[in-house]
Design a protein around this ligand. Structure first.
Ligand code: BEZ
Length: 388
């Protein structure tokens, strides 16, 4: 009897030792970061990576008990190189999960490859409507927004302010055109009229001729979509042309997010809408902002927050399968159902995997986008054309 018990105990001990050795031997989860590290969106890519890593570090450097190994590609915000770049991560590095990117055109190419190969993809910025529209897929998620959303919410606010004649100005690519479309839809529904759309090629920043045209047309309001280095230059040029004093400028919040130190006085008082603001006064946001500032010696912005939430979405999936990425269907199902406790406020995903979220009204005061109200509560992208 005693001998049998000893044998059983020894067998159990051996089993425990084997399974813990097995747990230790689990290789890291390979995360492929495809982001812009050069060019007009370089700062945005850097902030997304910082936010993603911060969440992982808060979990002890592991998600669902597994180490995270990063593989990085600089996509240069160049759609022509996107397919080759994403294939480097999938075929050369054999990543388990893709995270990227900022530029809508690059993200569209990335999403096509992700869909064809079934590689899980979390988009931490690019708003291309098609990604959660006609190009939607079971394995593609967004922690950010669709281009339609901030355009639409800014259109609501501009109409509420009583502006009647608007002009729009943006880069001629998916993000610019789709944001303007969202703005126009809400602005015209609210009684306004967009009298002219102005565009220039991405990432061109020679705004002078277009500013001259705005001055000649004298609309009640100008709506702009620019981001990163382009947004810095546009806001300064708009002011230098004397337009800030005469024609109100509004925009989706990318116009003034992560850019305020460089824009200085030219940005003061600008009104934008976005799914984030510097001063959302909740314990969750305060904790995020403090931790980010202490870790990186810089304040977070919307891009950092989206990167942080991309990691939270991945964690929700991995936790459900105890880190076993091979159980892909169960992992994706958990991501789809997750409620993300974001610094922006809790959000869930639409059936097409885009955040349903509040859009805030923000006003630039000093170096902050101060939240002054909510433009639209729980705004869901219509997900037009998605069949999953
Ligand atoms: C985009 O290309 O989707 C994008 C880039 C920067 C800020 C927001 C959207």
């Amino acid at each position: 009897m005693t001998f049998r018990r000893t044998l059983a105990a020894a067998a159990l001990a051996a089993l425990v030792a084997t399974s813990s050795a097995h747990a230790q031997a689990q290789p890291p989860i390979k995360v492929g970061l495809m982001l812009p590290y050069t060019g007009t969106f370089a700062a945005l890519g850097d902030m997304i990576e910082k936010g993603f890593r911060l969440y992982v570090e808060e979990q002890g450097g592991k998600l669902a008990g597994r180490e995270i190994q990063y593989f990085k590609v600089d996509d240069e915000s160049d759609p022509a190189k996107a397919t080759d770049n994403v294939n480097k991560l999938i075929k050369r590095d054999n990543v388990d999960v893709l995270v990227g990117t900022v530029h809508s055109g690059v993200a569209l190419a990335m999403a096509k490859v992700a869909k064809e190969t079934g590689t899980p993809l979390i988009v931490p910025n690019a708003g291309a409507d098609a990604i959660t529209g006609p190009g939607c897929a079971k394995n593609i998620f967004r922690s950010s927004f669709s281009n339609w959303q901030p355009g639409y919410s800014t259109g609501v606010v501009a109409a509420q302010k009583g502006y009647k004649r608007a002009m729009t100005i943006t880069w001629n690519y998916a993000a610019g055109n789709e944001t303007v479309k969202g703005f126009t839809e809400a602005f015209e529904k609210g009684g306004g009229k967009v009298i002219k759309d102005l565009t220039l090629p991405f990432p061109n920043v020679e705004f002078q001729a277009l500013l001259t045209e705005i001055a000649a047309q004298k609309p009640d309001v100008v709506f702009a979509f620019f981001a990163g280095g382009g947004a810095v230059k546009f806001v300064k040029d708009y002011d230098a042309a004397g337009l800030k004093k005469t024609i109100p400028l509004v925009g989706s919040g990318f116009l003034t997010d992560g850019t305020l130190e460089a824009q200085g006085a030219s940005a003061q008082g600008l009104i934008t809408t976005l799914h984030y603001g510097d001063e959302i006064n909740t314990p969750r946001n305060t904790a995020f902002r403090n931790k980010f500032a202490v870790t990186y010696k810089v304040n977070p912005d919307v891009y950092a927050m989206q990167g942080y939430d991309a990691a939270q979405m991945l964690a929700a999936g991995l936790n459900a399968v105890k880190g076993d990425v091979k159980q892909k269907d169960a992992m994706l199902a958990a991501m789809r159902k997750a409620t993300i406790d974001s610094p922006r406020g809790k959000f869930t995903l639409s059936p097409q995997h885009n955040p349903t979220q509040d859009f805030y009204i923000r006003e630039v005061k000093g170096n902050y986008n101060v939240v002054t109200g909510v433009a639209v509560k729980a705004l869901a992208d219509p997900g037009r054309g998605c069949r999953m």
